[in-house]
Write a protein that binds this ligand. Structure first.
Ligand SMILES: [Cu+2]
Length: 129
């Protein structure tokens, strides 16, 4: 027969397990890749983080926090800064505090760069699952 304290311990463990399982706010949790991600463009000429993983149909928002930057797919599928070329915006590199949200419909790996700083390694990758 179980003592009262062992029943209480078991109940406490269950509570701890439930709390831990509901506190996971990681963007790539065991529930799968995120619907959205944010990539900051920094004045040290990097994308941060340089690799993000989202679901197919998810979006990435690129935010210029400083510097003369744009975000251009290596395969030419998008070129954006103050909006995107071909959809009413202007993908030319710009120094203002622009942000742009791009949807990635297809699974795969999408490498991109900043045209101004690609030669010094300002590149990134969106992994779409
Ligand atoms: Cu740049």
């Amino acid at each position: 027969m179980r003592s009262r304290s062992s029943v209480r311990s078991a109940a406490l463990l269950i509570v701890i397990a439930v709390v831990l399982s509901t506190c996971d706010s990681s963007p790539t949790s065991p529930n799968g890749p995120a619907q959205t991600a944010i990539v900051n463009l920094l004045d040290n000429n990097t994308f941060s983080p340089s690799t993000v993983t989202i679901v197919a149909g998810g979006t990435v928002t690129f935010v210029n926090l400083g510097g003369d930057h744009n975000v251009t797919a290596n395969d030419g599928s998008f070129r954006c800064a103050n909006g995107c070329d071909g959809s009413g915006g202007d993908g030319d590199p710009a120094t203002n505090a622009w942000s742009v949200t791009i949807m990635f419909p297809n699974a795969g790996s999408v490498p991109y760069n900043c045209e101004v700083h690609v030669s010094i390694g300002m590149t990134g990758t969106v992994i779409v699952q």
